[in-house]
Design a protein around this ligand. Structure first.
Ligand SMILES: NC(=O)c1ccc[n+]([C@@H]2O[C@H](COP(=O)([O-])OP(=O)(O)OC[C@H]3O[C@@H](n4cnc5c(N)ncnc54)[C@H](OP(=O)(O)O)[C@@H]3O)[C@@H](O)[C@H]2O)c1
Length: 320
């Protein structure tokens, strides 16, 4: 089978398409014939080996795990002897955290990890990126902020993968949503459900007088210090982007400032969140937004585009 691998940290040039043996599922694993997989910011960071302290886990001098890609959608081709939850032919999707390998033609994953049946009403292309934007933002909005109907949520980076998912989810949760994006993405952010939009090229958030119950900075571009006056009493500022500053503020104000790495959450909790998302997709309350599709052979270009920081919604590798 073909798989995207990287033997050293670096630019997209380090990505190679390698021919490997088709993997064999262990007793508790399913073998998935991958139809589509995601390419995310996290994948580009792992490829670059940044932030550098991440190499303590990823491998100090070179990546311990050479395989790229976490999110996937495909069809179960074979199952290990002890698998009970899935059978051959099931359409499944999920994410292979830490061991990676979804940017390939096949992967093996234990049935108890982050994998579930794909909703029938969405394609593999739409399912593959769900565990990036939707799963991460749902963890923040539901488990961390516990957003309630009528609350006002400000989402910075509302045009990105996490951002547009957050806009959709916050609306489903009954919140009033203000999305922050640039001029060119205003229509997109309104189209995914934002009640109003602030154009960051024209509006300085420091001058905004309104207050919000939740500020979710999906792209890590705001400083807590500069927006803390916009947080209502009892409200919170949260971001999925780790920085020394955010850790510092969390140290002093752990109720008001939150960072979390969703992938570090226990699998049972992630699977629970995923069940809710499946239900919402089946009810057609959520929609995956795909900006660009690439073939596996063209994955370097997908990484190059991602690194521009300008992507709108998701980008997907398609094997179909
Ligand atoms: N902690 C976790 O569990 C977790 C999980 C997944 C991802 N992440 C992290 O979350 C971050 C966001 O990921 P993503 O995939 O959603 O990002 P993304 O899709 O690559 O974000 C790109 C979008 O951000 C917008 N943007 C850029 N600069 C902006 C600014 N100053 N203000 C507002 N919007 C701006 C861009 O729009 P314009 O072109 O209009 O500027 C573009 O649409 C990444 O750092 C990723 O590593 C964390």
């Amino acid at each position: 089978m073909k798989a995207a691998i990287y033997n050293t940290y670096g630019s997209p040039e380090v990505i190679k398409i390698s021919s490997l043996e088709k993997p064999l599922p262990k007793h508790n694993e399913v073998l998935v014939n991958i139809k589509a997989s995601s390419v995310t910011r996290a994948d580009t960071m792992m490829r670059q080996g940044v932030p550098k302290y991440g190499r303590l886990f990823l491998g100090i001098f070179k990546p311990k795990n050479r395989f790229l890609g976490t999110g996937f959608s495909g069809v179960v081709e074979s199952v290990g002897a002890q698998v009970t939850k899935f059978k051959i032919g099931d359409a499944v999707f999920g994410e292979k955290l830490f061991s990676n390998g979804s940017n390939a033609e096949y992967l093996c994953i234990a049935e108890d990890l982050v994998i579930d049946r794909k909703p029938n009403n969405i394609s593999h292309i739409e399912a593959a990126p769900i565990c990036d934007g939707f799963l991460t933002s749902y963890n923040f909005l539901k488990d961390i902020a516990n957003v309630k109907p009528g609350q006002h949520v400000l989402i910075n980076g509302a045009s990105g993968s996490l951002g547009n998912a957050a806009v959709q989810l916050a609306k489903v949760m009954g919140a009033r949503v203000t999305g922050v994006c640039s001029t060119k993405n205003i229509d997109f952010v309104l189209s995914v459900g934002a009640d109003e939009v602030l154009d960051y090229t024209k509006v300085n958030l420091n001058n905004v007088t309104h207050t919000y119950d939740v500020i979710y900075d999906t792209v890590g571009k705001l400083s807590y210090k500069s927006v803390r006056n916009l947080i209502s009493s009892g409200g919170m500022f949260m971001t999925p982007v780790l920085s020394g500053k955010i850790l510092w503020h969390m140290l002093w104000n752990s109720k008001k400032v939150k960072f979390a790495a969703t992938g570090m959450k226990n699998t049972k909790a992630l699977k629970c969140l995923l069940k809710d998302l499946i239900h919402l997709f089946e009810q057609e309350k959520l929609q995956t937004k795909i900006e660009k599709k690439y073939s596996l052979l063209d994955i370097r270009h997908a990484h190059e585009y991602l690194e521009t920081g300008r992507k709108v919604g998701n980008i997907v590798i398609v094997n179909l």
